[in-house]
Design a protein around this ligand. Structure first.
Ligand SMILES: C[S@@+](CC[C@H](N)C(=O)[O-])C[C@H]1O[C@@H](n2cnc3c(N)ncnc32)[C@H](O)[C@@H]1O
Length: 267
């Protein structure tokens, strides 16, 4: 890492309270260069003095650019279909054998909430309403969590849901849709940094961590997947993003049960 870039990263980490060393250098460079372009700075040195002058506002812009929170309901569709058709019935069968009707899931890096609400919809659709379930929904970005708690979305975020699902789980409000309160009450939102905090809960039946680990270096990934392993029940499920890969050191801890949709099961 060159010195000017390192100084810049240390400055931003200190000012924002977010350890940017957790992110891959190439990813950071790409995102920072976007802000440099937008603010007319050509070198890392120039951008650092610009930050010193423009303070908090530009740091916030930059953090928003780094922790991009692009998402939508049932993102990619097929992993959620597999979750409903195969994963949830398997979990439910095992629970019924031990006379339990409690389920726990974690949406790690939940962004504006589309993922945890999608998980809740899948549970109702696949298993009905007799189950007591909690979904922990966490993100490092407080603005995203606020939006998630609001549960108000415009139609473009909901394009993967058919009319019947919209009617069942949302109220129409102005130009958008608000998640109904019976669905919302299952979700527990919390700020959580995957790279430094301990898992939000134990005995989880499944974890969604989709389109998040792309930002992290190898040692951060190791920490995060170890946390996931420890937080899951035996044969609990882990679902990552379609373009992400599980590091090979975890091949003896998780078996892949759907390579296309990146669905794994704790061994
Ligand atoms: C692209 S979104 C993914 C949202 C959702 N999981 C999905 O697949 O649609 C990535 C999210 O990861 C969050 N994130 C980035 N670094 C994080 C960290 N260290 N700990 C927790 N969340 C983080 C970002 O704030 C952002 O909301």
């Amino acid at each position: 890492m060159d010195i000017a870039f390192k100084m810049l990263i240390n400055y931003i980490s200190k000012q924002s309270g977010i350890d940017l060393n957790q992110y891959r250098e190439s990813y950071l460079k790409r995102r920072i260069e976007l802000r440099m372009k937008a603010t007319g700075n050509k070198t890392f040195e120039e951008y650092l003095s610009f930050l010193r002058k423009n303070g908090k506002k530009e740091i916030e812009e930059l953090i928003n650019t780094i922790a991009i929170n692009v998402t939508e309901f049932m993102r990619d569709v097929t992993p959620f279909k597999f979750f409903m058709d195969m994963v949830l019935p398997d979990i439910a069968n095992r629970k019924l054998k031990v006379k339990s009707n409690m389920l726990r899931f974690w949406s790690a890096g939940c962004s504006n909430g589309e993922e945890p609400y999608s998980i809740a919809i899948c549970i109702y659709e696949a298993l009905g309403s007799d189950w007591l379930f909690t979904i922990y929904a966490t993100d490092i970005d407080l603005d995203s969590l606020e939006k998630a708690k609001e549960g108000y979305y415009d139609a473009s975020q909901l394009k993967n849901l058919n009319k019947a699902l919209l009617y069942k789980y949302f109220e129409k409000e102005d130009d958008g849709y608000r998640v109904k309160s019976f669905l919302k009450k299952h979700i527990r939102f919390k700020r959580h940094d995957l790279t430094t905090d301990t898992p939000v809960s134990r005995y989880l039946d499944g974890i969604f961590c989709r389109n998040v680990i792309i930002y992290f270096n190898d040692s951060q990934k190791s920490k995060i997947f170890n946390d996931f392993y420890n937080a899951l029940v035996s044969r609990g499920y882990l679902i990552i993003g379609k373009s992400e890969t599980l590091p090979s050191e975890f091949n003896n801890k998780f078996k892949c049960i759907n390579l296309k949709d990146k669905v794994y099961q704790k061994i």
